[in-house]
Design a protein around this ligand. Sequence first.
Ligand SMILES: *Cc1c(COP(=O)(O)O)cnc(C)c1O
Length: 218
Amino acid sequence: MSIGENLLDIQNSIPKHVSLVAVSKTKPTSDILEAYEAGQRIFGENKIQEMVGKYDELPKDIAWHMIGHLQRNKVKYMAHFVDLIHGVDSLKTLKEINKQAALHKRTIACLLQVKIATEDTKFGIPPNEIGTILASDEFKSLENIQIKGFMGMSSFTQNDDIVKTEFELLKTLYNQYAPSYNFDTLSMGMSGDFPLAISCGSNMVRVGSAIFGTRNKI
Ligand SMILES: *Cc1c(COP(=O)(O)O)cnc(C)c1O
């Protein structure tokens, strides 16, 4: 099937309140344009330089999401255009985003990445540290960022029970914090697990290979 057909299949299978981020990392701009022509406007990348290159080349009504682990010294390269940063996992990184956003007179929307996977290879803020960050004076002084919710990645396993438990944990945390902090975004679910993530309350899924085909390992 073509990229456009894959996209429409997925769009038709997910509820309207769920946003689809088409994860185009490692894929050429020609693939992104194919998805763009099929109506897709939100694209996700995990490397800042790669995203900047694609931003420069592609139509300007694309909303670019940074979904990868952030290198603080590179935040400045995307601060003028990035639409949503999913992978924020420290106050230090938030401060850098805030500083770069201020230089461009913008407010940059961010999601806190929460560590929900039991395997220790994944990045993210431990659930018990979220409250401390959000309640800190340092956080409250950051005027050029807006936290819109949480992002999480499940363990890399075929065991749906484990994945479900992790997604449910993130949804519980989201429900706990969303009212006080005006959150509206819960980013969880990828090609292998987005239907399960949606059934657990996700309203933003990040789907790459199910749209663009498998990636070469890099
Ligand atoms: C690559 C990636 C995805 C998409 O993965 P697929 O399995 O190809 O859908 C989603 N989220 C993050 C953070 C990623 O790095």
